[in-house]
Ligand binder design. Structure first.
Ligand SMILES: Cc1cc2nc3c(=O)[nH]c(=O)nc-3n(C[C@H](O)[C@H](O)[C@H](O)COP(=O)(O)OP(=O)(O)OC[C@H]3O[C@@H](n4cnc5c(N)ncnc54)[C@H](O)[C@@H]3O)c2cc1C
Ligand SMILES: Cc1cc2nc3c(=O)[nH]c(=O)nc-3n(C[C@H](O)[C@H](O)[C@H](O)COP(=O)(O)O)c2cc1C
Ligand code: SF4
Length: 378
């Protein structure tokens, strides 16, 4: 009913066309239509009479108007993550949207800042980007600093595994909105307390994200162990036979990424099941990838030692085992917040705010929600 990211837009077009041929009443189709061009084509070619936009209307209620005005680049896309809308609906909570943090706040439009402030946003991930455009749209003077040479933070890496490419549309739309609003973007600049002293901002928003979690396990710091984020980013390459240590969402998607490239992959996970934290609709397709690529699973396994070619692990019965003989070992046991500045700068500036993974490594939905909460009130 609500196709996940891996299912492409207009996936049911062929079936809709068959139905349209078989009946003589109007046919309305729905299903992951994000791009209005494709929906328009469906109608122009007579394959349907109307196209309905479900989640895209949550991600950007103004999309039809933007399409009419040929401003598609201004559109905020639905990335079919299901995190803010469907997950909340099932939980009995009001729906919100990962890409559109304004959803649910229609009755409280953004207020212009009473007093424009000089705002420094530190970090060009989705938290920093969204905080920057929201603060700018309220009239503040905003500069966003990114330590690296590319924007998007970890969500950029999230787009590499199979079927998740649409995430890049979110990053692109955020960068475009910052540029269009006139946010000053400074790349390759790691913000330090000295820079903050020089710049003398009125307000600092810390959105420095997270780093790979390094648990105190023997051998984990061996340089031969590849961090999953370095692998996805193309900074490190894996050999043919690979062990992915950690079978949560990121570990499983990294395994699928390697499987798609014909590596021989095994995932080892502490819990009794892999991908336990993956939203059901996404997990169905992720597990199909595991099947298609022959990815093996070792579950209920507590890793207690790393080797260059594998690990030693303990099962619930206290018995120790070894799984070795791999060409590469990939570390994917989670992330921890990276917030080296807050303590050092809190006495240097009138106000400091921390948002996103810099508080605690979680998901992008938390990052954009916190960006909205902070940037709409500073
Ligand atoms: C592989 C992977 C897959 C994921 N998949 C999903 C998913 O499908 N759905 C989901 O919701 N979440 C996913 N996540 C989590 C999601 O990416 C994060 O929750 C989100 O990126 C947090 O955004 P952020 O802006 O707070 O931090 P980040 O994305 O980490 O961005 C922080 C930025 O700050 C910069 N920075 C750090 N220090 C400084 C400094 N001193 N000066 C200037 N810049 C600095 C960094 O270079 C970085 O660009 C995934 C994460 C990973 C790693
Ligand atoms: C939060 C949410 C609630 C929905 N509630 C209903 C509903 O009550 N009845 C229904 O027939 N469809 C419901 N839908 C399904 C949508 O009408 C639509 O068919 C579906 O989201 C697929 O379209 P999309 O890919 O454009 O989102 C809901 C969808 C979402 C995201
Ligand atoms: S929460 Fe995700 S799936 Fe739901 S409307 Fe927003 S982007 Fe689309």
């Amino acid at each position: 009913m609500w196709a996940p990211t891996v299912i492409h837009g207009g996936f049911s077009a062929a079936e809709v066309e068959e139905i349209k041929r078989a009946v003589n009443i109007p046919v309305i189709t729905v299903g992951r239509y994000t791009e209005p061009q494709f929906a328009e084509l469906m109608v122009k070619e007579g394959r349907a009479d109307l196209v309905a936009f479900g989640r895209q209307s949550l991600a950007d209620p103004a999309m039809p108007k933007k399409a009419q005005e040929e401003r598609l680049e201004d559109m905020t896309p639905c990335i079919a993550c299901l995190q803010g809308c469907v997950a909340n609906m099932y939980a009995g909570n009001p729906v919100c949207c990962l890409t559109n943090p304004f959803l649910g706040h229609e009755a409280e439009p953004l207020e212009k800042a009473e007093e424009p402030k000089k705002v420094m946003v530190i970090g060009g991930g989705v938290a920093g980007l969204s905080a920057a455009f929201i603060a700018k749209e309220r009239g503040h003077e905003v500069t966003l600093y990114e330590a690296g040479d590319v924007l998007g933070g970890n969500m950029r890496l999230a787009a590499y595994p199979p079927g998740k490419g649409d995430i890049t549309n979110m990053i692109r739309s955020y960068i475009h909105r910052c540029q269009k609003d006139g946010v000053k973007i400074v790349m390759n600049c790691e913000v330090t307390p000295e820079l903050i002293k020089e710049e003398k901002p009125d307000s600092v928003i810390i959105a420095t994200g997270s780093k790979t979690l390094i648990l105190p396990i023997e051998g984990i710091d061996n340089p031969a162990i590849i961090h999953g984020s370095d692998l996805l980013d193309g900074k490190r390459a894996a050999g043919k036979k690979v062990l992915v240590v950690g079978g949560g969402m990121v570990g499983c998607e990294t395994a699928a990424f390697l499987g798609e490239q014909e590596h021989d992959v095994t995932v080892i996970e502490f819990r009794d099941t892999v991908g336990a934290d993956v939203i059901h609709e996404h997990r169905v397709y992720l597990m199909k990838d595991f099947e298609d690529y022959g990815i093996r699973e070792i579950t209920g396994a507590k890793v207690c030692k790393f080797y260059e070619d594998g690990v030693e692990y303990e099962t619930a019965d206290g018995v120790r085992h070894e799984s070795r003989g791999y060409d590469s070992v990939i570390l994917s046991m989670g992330f921890r917040n990276y917030n080296p500045l807050e303590e050092k700068i809190k006495d240097l500036v009138p106000e400091t705010h921390v948002i996103g993974d810099a508080i605690r490594a979680r998901r992008a939905l938390d990052a954009t929600k916190e960006a909205y909460e902070v940037a709409s009130r500073i």
